[in-house]
Design a protein around this ligand. Structure first.
Ligand code: EPU
Length: 327
C-alpha cells in the first residue's frame, strides 16, 4: 500500500485551469487533448465534448492521472466501456480520462483459478477468454460491452447473477478527506467492503471519491465445451430478447418484484420515438439510437417512460445508467 499527501485546491474559474493542470501536463504532455467529442466513446454513440481528454493505458497511469486531477481541483470523469452512461449534449467540464488499462492475466494453477484484469479491460472479452480456457463463472458476461471497472463499480450482472459472486478483491484508489486535506490511498478491498446489492455498491454511492484500478475474479475449472455450451445458450437468449445496435443496455433497474422492460411494454411505449431515439420494439428497457439521436432525445424518452409507468402503475423507475456532464 502506498500513500500520497495532497492539499485540496478549491475550484477556480476556467481561465486559471492551465496552471492547475500543470502536473497532468508535465506527466502526459501532448497526450492531453481539448474538446474531444465523447460520442465515439459511448455505446449509445451520443454525447458532447470533453473539455480536456486523456487516454490512460495502464492502472498505474490511471492512478497517477486521478491523483494529479484531484490535486488540481478540476472535475473528473473516468470513462470505461461507455456502455452505462448518458453523456449530455453539452459535454463534460474538466477532465475525462478514457480508461484503456487493459492488461489481463489468468492464473489457472491456483485454487480457485483466478483472473486479474486492469479496470479498462473489456468484460465480455475476458468472459470469452475464460470460456476458451475451460474456466467457468463468467458465462453470463459474454456480450456485455462494459469494462471491468464499470462492472465492479455498478455490480453488473445478467441472467440472475452478478459480479458480486465472482469478485475476490478490487485494487482501489480512494480519496480520503481529513479537514481541508485529501489523502489518496491505494489498497486492495475484499469483496465484502464493496457492500454490493442489486446493481449497486459503495463505489456507486460515492461518485468521484473511489476508482477501480484492477480486479481479481474467482473462476471454476470446467471444460471449454461445457463453458462454451452455457455461453451459447445465454448469447442466444440475449440475441432473441435484446436489440443490436447503439444503446446503453438496460436503462432502468428492475423494481422489486417486477421488470422495467415489462412495465414500459405494458404502458404501450415500445417503439415510441423522439427524434432519432427510440424505445426498442424488442425490449422496453432498451433505448436505441437509430443514427442521429441526441442525448436530449434519449433523456426525453426517459422522462416519458418514467411518467407513464408512474401514472399507470404507481412505480417510480430508478435509472440504472449514470447521467454525466452538464444537464
Ligand atoms: N419483458 C416484457 N416486455 C419487454 C421486455 C421484457 O414483457 O419489452 C418481460 C420478459 O418477458 C421477462 C421479463 O420482462 O418476463 C424480464 O425480461 P428479460 O429476461 O429480458 O430481463 P430483464 O430483467 O429486462 C435483465 C438485466 C439485463 C440482462 C438480462 C438477461 C436488469 C435491469 N437487466 O434484464 O442486464 O442482460 O436480465 O439476464 O437487471 C444491463 O444491466 O444493462 C442488462 C442488459
Amino acid at each position: 500500500m502506498w500513500i500520497y499527501r495532497v492539499v485540496l485546491v478549491s475550484f477556480e474559474p476556467l481561465h486559471q485551469k492551465t496552471s492547475h493542470l500543470e502536473g497532468l501536463r508535465a506527466a502526459f504532455g501532448d497526450r492531453l487533448r481539448r474538446d474531444v467529442s465523447l460520442a465515439r466513446y459511448t455505446t449509445a454513440r451520443v454525447g458532447g465534448p470533453a473539455e480536456i481528454f486523456l487516454e490512460v493505458r495502464s492502472a498505474d497511469e490511471l492512478a497517477l492521472a486521478v491523483i494529479l486531477i484531484w490535486q488540481s481541483g478540476e472535475p473528473l470523469l473516468v470513462l470505461g466501456g461507455g456502455s452505462n452512461v448518458l453523456v449530455s449534449d453539452r459535454g463534460v467540464r474538466g477532465v475525462v480520462l478514457l480508461n484503456r488499462a487493459r492488461r489481463v492475466r489468468f492464473t489457472q494453477t491456483s485454487q480457485p483459478p483466478v483472473v486479474w484484469a486492469e479496470s479498462g479491460a473489456g468484460f465480455g472479452l475476458i468472459a470469452r477468454q475464460a470460456a476458451s480456457r475451460g474456466l467457468s463463472g463468467l458465462e453470463w458476461a459474454v456480450g456485455i460491452p462494459g469494462s471491468v471497472g464499470g462492472a465492479v463499480f455498478g455490480n453488473a450482472g445478467a441472467h440472475g447473477t452478478d459480479i458480486a459472486g465472482q469478485l475476490v478483491v478490487a485494487d482501489i484508489l480512494q480519496r480520503v478527506r481529513s479537514g481541508q486535506e485529501v489523502m489518496p490511498n491505494r489498497e486492495e478491498w475484499p469483496v465484502e467492503r464493496l457492500e454490493y446489492s442489486y446493481r449497486n455498491s459503495v463505489l456507486k454511492r460515492n461518485p468521484g471519491q473511489v476508482f477501480v484500478l484492477a480486479a481479481v475474479m474467482r473462476l471454476t475449472r470446467s471444460t471449454p465445451e461445457q463453458v462454451q455450451a452455457r455461453t451459447d445458450e445465454l448469447t442466444s437468449y440475449r440475441r432473441r430478447t435484446q436489440p443490436p445496435g447503439a444503446s446503453m443496455g438496460s436503462m432502468f433497474k428492475n423494481p422489486p418484484g417486477d421488470y422495467a422492460g415489462r412495465l414500459i411494454d405494458a404502458a404501450g411505449l415500445k417503439g415510441r420515438r423522439i427524434g432519432d431515439a427510440q424505445i426498442s420494439t424488442l425490449h422496453g428497457n432498451f433505448f436505441v439510437n437509430n443514427g442521429r439521436a441526441s442525448s436530449a432525445d434519449i433523456y426525453s424518452l426517459i422522462e416519458l417512460a418514467r411518467g407513464a409507468v408512474a401514472d399507470k402503475f404507481g412505480i417510480n423507475l430508478e435509472l440504472e445508467i449514470e447521467l454525466v456532464g452538464e444537464w
